[in-house]
Ligand binder design. Structure first.
Ligand SMILES: Nc1ncnc2c1ncn2[C@@H]1O[C@H](COP(=O)(O)OP(=O)(O)OP(=O)(O)O)[C@@H](O)[C@H]1O
Ligand SMILES: [Mg+2]
Length: 229
């Protein structure tokens, strides 16, 4: 079954030329069409600046395309109102970023439990859910630590736990191993792929690293705002 379909997607950014003070358009995504199946692990590769993050943000409902459509479970996302879009981001998508984006003044437990609290879940149940997830990610002994007391790989595993906490079907990961050395990057990917398979998630992952891409079931290459096989 198809989870996401992208049709003839275009995205331009308006930027002001600091010299002429005129608005200029840069066309980043030129004609992207893509179908993403449920439970697949799709990797997007391409050189820096080619628009990978832009595409991921559109898939995650953080950015609106200039033209073209995204369909989620057969429904056109441009038809979502503001509330529906917020609900989509909160319930359907888990984001994983290169720089983790953990809240530094909260413990790992509190970082991971936050999505459940925002969803008004029961506290006791939520705590045991975090503990279970932390065990799967091998950071159960770090729950009382603060982010700056963890290694990069541990921080990313906590961020993956947070992304999965309210059980979204779709995980969008933007260079999740970009700040990690080879060994911790590999461990993070092994855990991410294991969870993606065991929990039946769809993963869209951006990376520069061919070895990281090999963890995924399919790879597409972005070039000049278009996709190649
Ligand atoms: N908010 C913005 N305003 C104007 N231009 C932007 C904006 N965001 C991105 N761009 C431009 O769009 C292009 C694509 O950016 P994007 O971040 O999608 O690339 P990327 O493929 O993720 O690159 P990297 O591999 O370096 O992360 C870049 O040239 C960038 O300057
Ligand atoms: Mg990027």
């Amino acid at each position: 079954m198809e989870l996401l379909r992208v049709c003839n997607l275009k995205k331009s950014y308006d930027i002001e030329n600091s010299r002429t003070m005129k608005k200029e358009k840069t066309e980043v995504l030129k004609e992207i069409s893509l179908s993403i199946a449920e439970e697949e692990a799709l990797c997007i590769m391409g050189r820096s600046g080619c628009g990978k993050t832009t595409l991921l943000k559109i898939l995650g409902g953080l950015l609106v395309p200039t033209a073209g459509s995204v369909f989620y479970k057969g429904e056109r996302m441009s038809g979502y109102g503001r509330k529906r879009m917020e609900a989509y981001r909160r319930a359907q998508v888990g984001f994983v970023f290169q720089d983790y984006k953990l809240l530094e003044h909260l413990t790992i437990m509190d970082n991971m439990i936050l999505p459940l609290m925002l969803d008004h879940r029961e506290v006791k149940e939520s705590v045991s859910k975090v503990e279970g997830m932390a065990r799967m990610l091998q950071i159960a002994d770090k729950l009382d630590y603060y982010p700056n007391e963890l290694s990069g790989g541990e921080k990313q595993r906590a961020a993956i736990g947070r992304a999965l906490m309210n059980d979204p079907p779709l995980i969008l990961a933007d260079e999740p191993t970009g700040n990690l050395d080879e060994a911790s990057g590999r461990m993070v990917m092994e855990l991410l792929i294991r969870l993606q398979k065991d929990l039946h998630k769809t993963l869209v992952l951006v990376t520069h690293d061919k070895e990281i891409a090999d963890f995924c079931s399919r790879m597409v290459m972005m070039k000049d705002g278009r996709l190649a096989g």
